[in-house]
Design a protein around this ligand. Structure first.
Ligand code: DAH
Length: 339
């Protein structure tokens, strides 16, 4: 029996020494110490041992088991240590490698221009509000004094969701939405996306942005409109910017005008930016039509107001001297990061 145990022990130690991986060690453990292992088999053979020899043999079996366990344990620890060291070596960080560049985003020229417009009007006490892009025909046209058969609808052909709901063609509906709430006086701008079924070219896109403005209070006059917009143009395009107003027609303002500003590039002498005229058209404006006031529940005998609307893209194209609107929508970072 002693020889048998000796043999098991030697065999086990030999296999432990030869083992090159943790799972091989585990196999060794199972085949010597496991339920069906060699040592367990010896214990099962105890019944054939003379009773007086059993304690002695039992002790020998235990000693053998303990030794195999101890050697197994040491081998496992040593192996784990080696594996850890190898891992550390493989994962070493080379601090001299150039760092991966962080690509920071960049504000879009439209965003930069809009923030500038907002800054100017907020400085004059205006609030910035927003309205829905999917709008009711009522707000987009009807309440703005553009009934179903009005020719102005043709100029602003749009995308209809159904015959009462459409993608707004202008930010002017926000005027009505704000006036309806009945909180007076009003001093607001409303920037946002608008839609028209236009073909894409250098100056058109089916989706673009406008900034609407509205002031309603007692005793607001055309002089307020002129002063405010002249001030805006100076802040936005330079202190020497001049403005002029040309009579125009918008259904929701009366009188209505288009505002031109002196060309910021040639200062009025004439160049390719202003197509030789010295002036650049920049926005539409006018005094709020009494009928619009009435439809929005405001008494036009008590209150007057002015409104204006401008294209955001037009402003960023001018301000950053971009000659093709499509560049604004392509999101090419080489283009965007210039501003
Ligand atoms: N909504 C007009 C357009 O898209 C622009 C406009 C003109 C807005 C005059 C106004 C305004 O508020 O008073 O062509």
């Amino acid at each position: 029996m002693r020889e048998k145990l000796e043999q098991i022990r030697n065999e086990a130690l030999k296999r432990i020494e030869e083992a090159g991986a943790l799972d091989v060690l585990n196999d060794v453990r199972v085949s010597f110490l496991g339920k069906k292992g060699a040592l367990t088999a010896v214990l099962k053979g105890m019944k054939d041992v003379a009773p007086e020899d059993r304690p002695k043999v039992g002790q020998l079996v235990n000693e053998t088991r303990e030794e195999i366990e101890r050697v197994l344990d040491e081998a496992r620890k040593k192996m784990e240590q080696i594996i850890r060291e190898q891992q550390m070596k493989a994962e070493v960080i080379d601090v001299t490698l150039p760092a991966e560049k962080r690509v920071l985003g960049h504000r879009h020229p439209n965003t930069i221009a809009l923030e500038e417009v907002e800054r100017i009007f907020i400085g004059m006490g205006y609030e910035v509000v927003e309205g829905p892009e999917v709008e009711k025909d009522y707000y987009n046209f009807e309440v703005l004094n553009i009934p179903a058969d009005h020719p102005a609808r043709d100029e602003q052909d749009t995308f209809y969701v159904n015959d009462k709901i459409l993608l707004r063609t202008q930010t002017s509906p926000v005027q009505a939405r704000v006036m309806e709430q009945g909180r007076l006086p009003i001093r607001m701008i409303a920037p946002g996306r608008v839609f028209r079924s236009d073909e894409v070219d250098a100056t058109h896109s089916p989706s673009f942005h406008q900034i609407e403005g509205l002031v309603v209070d007692k005793n607001i006059t055309l002089a307020d409109l002129k002063g405010t917009l002249a001030e805006f143009a100076k802040e936005m395009f330079g202190a020497d910017t001049k403005v002029k107003f040309r009579p125009h027609h918008f259904p929701f303002t009366e009188p209505s005008a288009e505002m031109d500003m002196s060309c910021f590039k040639c200062k009025g002498a004439g160049c390719r930016f202003c197509k030789g005229s010295g002036w650049i058209e920049i926005l539409g404006c006018g005094m709020v039509h009494p009928r619009v006031f009435e439809m929005c529940g405001i008494d036009p005998k008590e209150y007057t107001g002015f409104a204006f609307g401008m294209g955001l893209e037009r402003i960023s194209l001018l301000k950053y001297e971009i000659d093709d609107m499509r560049l604004l929508y392509e999101n090419d970072v080489r283009f965007l990061k210039q501003f």
